[in-house]
Design a protein around this ligand. Structure first.
Ligand code: PRT
Length: 102
């Protein structure tokens, strides 16, 4: 199992956990809109570090982004496997060719 798959499984299990003992459960209990807002905040923090060029902080913020992306997906019942399958489907198709075909 990859790191992301393991984390997605942990997040799915936390959906029924006590919000007082789990950050994930606390966030999920606030609903999908709050999960999406939190993901947006983390993404902006990563953007700031990318613009600044601080690789260590960008690494840290990127981990936050991936975690909060998985929480947001969980909040809307989207499986990580479905996202990965979409990426697999796109493999081998250049973004430039795909855009030209629209
Ligand atoms: N990967 C993470 C992870 N990354 C970030 N975070 C938490 O996300 C929160 C966001 O931090 P911020 O400082 O941005 O938020 P904040 O300032 O506390 O909140 P606000 O200012 O928005 O109110 C922090 O509490 C982090 O600890 C995470 N919490 C949990 N995990 C994973 O999820 C698992 C389950 O965690 P629990 O659900 O807490 O048991 C853990 O074992 C980890 O593997």
């Amino acid at each position: 199992m990859t790191t992301l798959s393991t984390l997605a499984s942990t997040i799915a299990m936390r959906a029924s956990a006590d919000p007082d003992s789990s950050w994930t459960a606390k966030l999920l209990a606030k609903g999908p809109e709050k999960c999406a807002e939190k993901f947006g905040e983390e993404a902006i923090e990563a953007v700031i570090e990318a613009v600044k060029g601080d690789r260590e902080q960008l690494t840290y913020e990127a981990a936050d982004v991936l975690f909060h992306l998985l929480v947001m997906l969980q909040s809307r019942g989207v499986a990580l496997d479905d996202v990965l399958a979409e990426l697999d489907r796109r493999q081998g198709t250049s973004g430039i060719a795909e855009k030209a075909s629209r």
